[in-house]
Design a protein around this ligand. Structure first.
Ligand code: SF4
Length: 349
């Protein structure tokens, strides 16, 4: 996941990306961005998500996507429907090798959508941009930030995602840093109910559902599978959870707009900078290896029999406690050791 820039002309309420009006002087230059693509290619990632800010604020975006394509990477671009996202631009992005486009939709209701982002007319612009994405035959993904303000709408938004023929729905659970501290985040119990909704929606099979900063969704799916088939072997459950909720700290590498490398956009514990060190070396750095290692977990997560499937959001643990290995409070699960009972998943740990 690569944050190309933090610049964005919109001023969405509580922007989780901490976007700014102008591009930073410290952003990676075009040359440095090319070198970064070389290094990303060396890691042969399954997926490269280019994010912002508004990636369209970078005048070299088309060049970067073309360069990535020549290095055999077809990136996904994560955007909000800003003025620069025109039909012509979407066509050029597609022609230059873009693999898919992910557009933010936080509500299926026009007024709530515009009010939530504090940008009048954004809902209409978003649907227009989605129409252009489909005209360009570009695979579509929808990004949704889930809070108390829209959690009741998950089914309605999911219907819209299906009707728009999106291939994936990326559901983000906020981490309380920067402007996101003001967001009405879900409690652990509310998140558990949301996982139930997402699991049901996922089972309908219209599109893939992915949870970001909520690896607990993998734990939820695993528990559900155990309830439905108690005889399923432990390794089968691990594989199931990995397929159903493939994004956790072990899979993600984040590169900031200035080149700092971490495991999450929301965890300000960097391994170093791609300007000065090769990305594969940063990926294998001691700090990132430690953050990926379940044996370092403390608190409830450290004693949890699901820690190898889940492990909690290290970004949320750090944001709330200052300790990246502490308990992720967005979790309603009480491990067997703490509950004083044996659970049928001990073989997993
Ligand atoms: S206690 Fe931690 S590791 Fe266990 S399911 Fe919850 S968040 Fe995941």
């Amino acid at each position: 996941m690569w944050e190309l820039t933090r610049a964005c002309k919109l001023s969405c309420l509580h922007c989780p990306a901490g976007a700014q009006q102008k591009r930073s002087q410290a952003e990676l230059s075009t040359y440095e961005a090319y070198k970064t693509i070389d290094q990303i290619a060396a890691l042969a990632p399954e997926e490269l998500i280019m994010t912002g800010g508004d990636p369209l604020e970078r005048g070299d975006l088309l060049q970067l996507i073309d360069y990535a394509q020549r290095r055999r990477i077809r990136p996904s671009l994560s955007v909000t429907a800003t003025a620069g996202l025109t039909g012509s631009m979407i066509g050029k992005l597609r022609a230059n090798g873009l693999g898919s486009m992910a557009i933010s939709v936080d509500s299926a209701a026009r007024d709530r959508f515009d009010r939530g982002r504090r940008v009048p007319g954004l809902f209409t612009s978003t649907l227009m941009a989605i129409r252009w994405v489909r005209t360009a035959a570009l695979p579509l993904e929808i990004n949704t930030l889930v809070t108390r303000d829209n959690v009741e709408e998950l089914d309605t938004i999911a219907s819209l995602v299906g009707d728009l023929d999106a291939r994936r729905w990326n559901v983000y659970f906020p981490v309380p840093i920067g402007p996101s501290k003001q967001l009405p985040a879900l409690t652990a119990g509310e998140a558990e109910n949301a996982f139930g909704r997402l699991a049901e929606i996922s089972e309908r099979g219209r599109f893939i559902v992915r949870a970001f900063e909520a690896p607990q969704y993998g734990r939820y799916l695993t528990q559900k599978a155990i309830r439905e088939d108690p005889a399923r072997p432990g390794d089968g459950l691990t594989a199931l959870a990995a397929c159903a909720a493939p994004l956790d700290r072990r899979d993600i590498l984040f590169i900031s707009h200035t080149g700092e490398v971490s495991i999450s956009p929301f965890l300000p514990l960097g391994a170093g900078n791609v300007r000065y060190q090769p990305l594969p070396a940063l990926y294998r750095s001691d700090i990132l290896a430690a953050l990926r290692d379940d044996d370092n977990l403390r608190g409830t997560c450290g004693r949890c029999e699901f820690k190898r499937i889940c492990g909690g959001s290290r970004a949320r643990a750090f944001a709330i406690s200052g300790d990246p290995f502490a308990t992720d409070p967005l979790c309603a699960y009480l491990p067997a050791e703490l509950a004083g009972a044996q659970r049928p998943v001990e073989a997993l740990s």
